[in-house]
Design a binder for this molecule. Structure first.
Ligand code: ADP
Ligand code: MG
Length: 660
């Protein structure tokens, strides 16, 4: 007996829905794309309960006549292509003709559509793929589709839906994307009856970005304009290096105005920032890649979020070079492309080595890729290497004039005073950041030509907490980033940024637990604008931040005022920190344990308030930092799990010199 049979249409549609309809945001994507394809000038998206209960998209596009309105729900029914040849150059967002059929198979759908303002409209209702009825209704030119009770007939899928907040976050992100890709279309988005985004038709991307993200975001953006028309034109905006994100959430990438998630382009974008941004942080970007239609295959994935370029490497090159050029013209990168990676730090190191022996070798010998902290340290020097040729060579090994002096009790300064000093220094540093970084630029040509030295790298170890004694004596700084110190067992290198991070992290957790706050009122509250996606998260995050000393107020619309900040946090960092938290603590993590959220807040706060690398520290400040570090819960690891201290034991030094 034969076993194979052709599946009934409604089963086939549900299978297709598995790929097309992953979550409410994918339904919204298909509906909004249809509205754009229909030539709409106004699109309204309304959702309730994260799009589960209701997801409604209305447009003023060309609409459908009655026969088409019914046919639109058939599988493979499309007005956009006619034969296989059309697949080679697809100019519309849709073309597969399966979205409406898939959506209707897993929800209760009502469609009302009209091709003209006069005359009756058509109303079609479909539940779980079965047409319930078709009749007259009232609707101006255009189409409204309401999708209710998504996955009502597929319990297995319903279970995979995330919290309302998460689904709302994805929906908001989606509408933001299409709003950016189509400035000429008016977009309105409302969530549970509240308007979240309302953008009137804009004349260009810049104006639209202003409507969505606010003035401040725009001020910090660099314009990208490059590539080759035959391969790909690259346009849009990218963020300046100081504006950092911990995820790719703020990267909006479009290929021929289609919103895509493309690893290739994401990577090329990051490569454009090489040596300017450390690993693990991402720029914000609105990148529009325009290629001839036949250069790109959009028929790769049912949800059409992936594309395949005919000349992928050339497109990636165009992205990287355009990004680099934008950074260069703003003075962030050397103008000419450096194809080979920068030489290892060895030649620079040797000048310092000549004067201080092996200690500098310890840190820099393994080349430029030292992880985040070293990358950060390199960042300033790399960007200013052009200016460096005029700068006097200088060895960054700060030996305090009188080592003993700082250990005598008379010069002991109270911790609080020093904390204030550090704070002041931080502020002063921001003003003079450019000037300061010139002085740390490495010498261009080494004064001596020494043979390579042995590296002590293999001897340097992470330190176990139990091996730490209170007897740590700071000697100076390396690269204004690492404290060089000794203890009874040998030599220590302390990463000043992560050490301070650990101190602050413990302090914030303690304050929070004791329900005490230590905050500073700002004379003039700082305001900043939330993106629609951030706004969705903000209301739930704000109360969690209060115990740390934040006083935040939601003003009209998506503007937030910072009225007070935690005492150690420089007010200028508060905004960066909030932006970062709103991104990382996204809806998913929010519903996770509150403990985790609190740790995340404390770690972020500690990171932003902590002294940075490339910052000179006076001897008593190093002393203070070390003393406080020793009192923390875990002096040898930072809140992100990185080591704080490296040790080179006297024993290993003796071995290195072949003395034992
Ligand atoms: P596709 O977009 O791939 O063609 P869909 O299933 O999304 O497939 O839609 C099927 C057809 O229904 C479209 O080709 C279009 O003709 C029509 N249609 C869908 N939505 C709209 C709309 N908002 N306005 C006008 N026509 C629409
Ligand atoms: Mg479609």
């Amino acid at each position: 007996m034969s076993k194979i049979r052709v599946l009934a249409d409604h089963v086939a549609n549900q299978i297709a829905a598995g790929e097309v309809v992953e979550r409410p945001a994918s339904v919204a994507k298909e509906l909004v794309e249809n509205s754009i394809d229909a030539g709409a000038t106004r699109i309204t998206v309304e959702i309730e309960a994260g799009g589960r209960r209701l997801l409604k998209v209305s447009d003023d596009g060309e609409g459908m006549v009655r026969d088409d309105a019914v046919l639109a729900f058939e599988r493979h029914a499309t007005s956009k292509i006619h034969d296989a040849d059309d697949l080679a150059a697809i100019a519309t967002l849709g073309f597969r003709g399966e979205a409406l059929a898939s959506i209707a198979s897993v929800a209760k759908v009502e469609l009302i559509t009209n091709t003209e303002d006069a005359g009756p409209a058509t109303r079609v209702t479909i539940d779980g793929g079965r047409v319930r009825n078709v009749k007259d209704a009232a609707h101006p030119r255009g189409t409204t589709i309401a999708v209710r009770d998504l996955f009502f007939n597929v319990p297995a899928r319903r279970k995979f839906l995330r919290s309302e907040a998460t689904e709302t976050f994805h929906l908001t992100n989606l509408v933001t994307h299409y709003g950016l890709a189509h400035p000429e279309i008016a977009f309105t988005f409302s969530n549970n009856g509240r308007v979240v985004l309302s953008a009137s038709p804009a004349k260009d991307l810049k104006e639209r970005a202003y409507q969505i993200f606010g003035e401040e975001f725009l001020e910090n953006l660099l314009t990208v304009n490059g590539g080759h028309p035959q391969v790909a034109h690259i346009g849009g905006y990218i963020s300046a290096p100081r504006d950092r994100r911990t995820s790719r959430d703020s990267q909006y990438i479009f290929v021929n105005r289609r919103f895509v998630r493309d690893r290739l382009i994401g990577r090329a974008l990051s490569e454009g920032y090489r040596s300017i941004l450390p690993h693990g942080v991402y720029p914000a970007a609105l990148l529009f890649i325009e290629t001839p239609l036949e250069e790109v295959d959009v028929n790769v994935h049912p949800a059409k979020t992936e594309v395949r370029f005919r000349r992928a490497a050339a497109v990636a090159d165009a992205v990287r070079e355009s990004v680099r050029a934008a950074l260069a013209s703003a003075g962030y990168a050397p103008a000419e492309e450096r194809i080979t990676p920068p030489p290892p730090a060895e030649s620079q190191t040797q000048t310092a080595t000549a004067a201080v022996g092996w200690s500098a070798e310890l840190v820099t010998s393994s080349g430029p890729a030292q992880g985040e902290t070293m990358a950060e340290a390199n960042e300033v020097t790399a960007t200013l290497s052009a200016a460096a040729s005029q700068v006097q060579p200088r060895i960054d090994f700060v030996v305090p004039p009188l080592v003993d002096e700082m250990l005598t009790p008379e010069v002991e300064v109270s911790g609080d005073e020093i904390a204030r000093d550090i704070d002041e220094l931080l502020h002063a540093r921001e003003l003079t950041a450019a000037a300061a970084s010139e002085t740390v630029a490495p010498p261009q040509s080494p004064a001596f030509n020494l043979p390579p030295l042995n590296s002590a790298e293999r001897f340097a170890r992470e330190v176990k907490p139990e091996s730490l004694s209170a007897n740590i004596r700071p000697l100076g700084q390396l690269d204004e980033s690492f404290i060089i110190a000794t203890d009874d067992e040998g030599l220590l290198l302390i990463d000043q940024h992560v050490a301070h991070e650990r101190i602050l992290f413990d302090k914030y957790r303690a304050l929070e637990a004791e329900r005490r706050t230590d905050s500073q009122q700002l004379l003039v509250p700082e305001t900043f604008d939330l993106t629609p996606a951030q706004a969705a998260v903000f209301d739930q995050l704000a109360p969690e931040l209060e115990p740390y000393g934040f006083d935040l107020m939601r003003l009209s619309g998506r503007t937030v005022a910072i009225k007070a900040t935690p005492a150690d946090l420089p007010p200028s960092e508060a905004r960066n920190m909030l932006a970062e938290l709103l991104e990382t603590v996204d809806a998913e993590k929010k519903s996770a344990a509150r403990e985790t959220l609190r740790d995340e807040i404390a770690a972020s706060l500690a990171c932003h308030a902590a002294i940075k690398v490339n910052m000179p520290l006076a001897p008593e400040k190093m002393r203070w930092l070390i003393d406080r570090l020793l009192q923390t819960s875990s002096p040898t690891t930072c809140p992100h799990g990185r080591p704080v201290i490296l040790r080179l034991r006297t024993r290993d030094i003796l071995k290195g010199f072949h003395r034992i």
